[in-house]
Design a protein around this ligand. Structure first.
Ligand code: ADP
Ligand code: MG
Length: 238
């Protein structure tokens, strides 16, 4: 569960192609980071994987099944954005359960999932509060909790920490790494922050202008960058 393959993915908006033929296989349980400058296509690729948008051509597979035409709801993935997008009029508990209540899931199962994820994220004490009564870091934990309760086959995170201050970002980065270790669920993590990429990733995908420049482990990218762009972006000596 959680293997994601992109086969020659292209995406145009109007007449402008912004993703120019991307091939990638993310293995089950892997934490892959998409990194690259603003506008290189990171969010677009993630939205295509999530099913929030459709590729102009190419196919997307999850666990070997072609899901290119499947809606977001039918892909079994969970997305976390940089804006917390919590419902301000609902409690934390209601924010966590939102969407699950419309399914056939038993109430006891919903409660179990909320309690498990709250414990994991150390937000048990906050379940009856509203988002306005939370700090930035607590809100981001709730946003991650909302993804966890879905028990997705993969998490898609689009610059989830970029609204937080530098200190909190370091803390949350470590927490996300722990979470990934504990859950063992595939994660695709988008950032323009090289340090975040180097510290979190099993493998880094370096994007530039809608193309993959290089895919490798942080160490190999650092030691053997394919070109000057990768070297410059990863921060290798030259
Ligand atoms: P990143 O997340 O790496 O900063 P994006 O994926 O948001 O980059 O954008 C990639 C390119 O696609 C940019 O040139 C952007 O302007 C363009 N783009 C993204 N979304 C749309 C859209 N809905 N309509 C038109 N152009 C878009
Ligand atoms: Mg983006």
């Amino acid at each position: 569960m959680g293997r994601i393959a992109l086969n020659d993915i292209r995406k145009s908006f109007g007449k402008t192609e912004v993703i120019h033929g991307v091939d990638l296989a993310v293995e089950d349980g892997e934490l892959v980071v998409f990194v690259g400058p603003s506008g290189c296509g990171k969010s677009t690729l993630l939205r295509l994987i999530a099913g929030l948008d459709r590729p102009t051509s190419g196919t997307i597979e999850i666990d070997g099944a072609d899901v290119t035409r499947h809606s977001a709801a039918n892909r079994g993935l969970a997305m976390v954005f940089q804006s917390y997008a919590l419902y301000p009029h609902m409690t934390v508990r209601q924010n966590l359960s939102f969407g699950l209540e419309n399914t056939k899931m038993e109430r006891a199962e919903i409660r179990r999932r909320i309690e498990d994820s709250a414990r994991m994220l150390e937000i048990e004490e906050l379940l009856d509060r509203r988002p306005t009564q939370l700090s930035g870091g607590q809100r981001q934990r709730v946003a991650i909790g909302r993804a966890i309760v879905r028990e997705p086959s993969a998490f898609l995170l689009d610059e989830p920490l970029s609204n937080l201050d530098a200190e909190l970002r370091v803390t949350m980065r470590a927490e996300l790494a722990q979470l990934h270790e504990r859950l063992g669920t595939t994660m695709i993590y988008v950032t323009h922050d090289q340090i975040e990429a180097m510290t979190l990733a099993d493998r880094i995908v370096v994007l530039r202008k809608g193309r993959i420049e290089q895919v490798d482990t942080p160490l190999n990218l650092y030691n053997r960058p394919a070109n000057l762009f990768v070297a410059g972006f990863i921060g290798a000596p030259n």
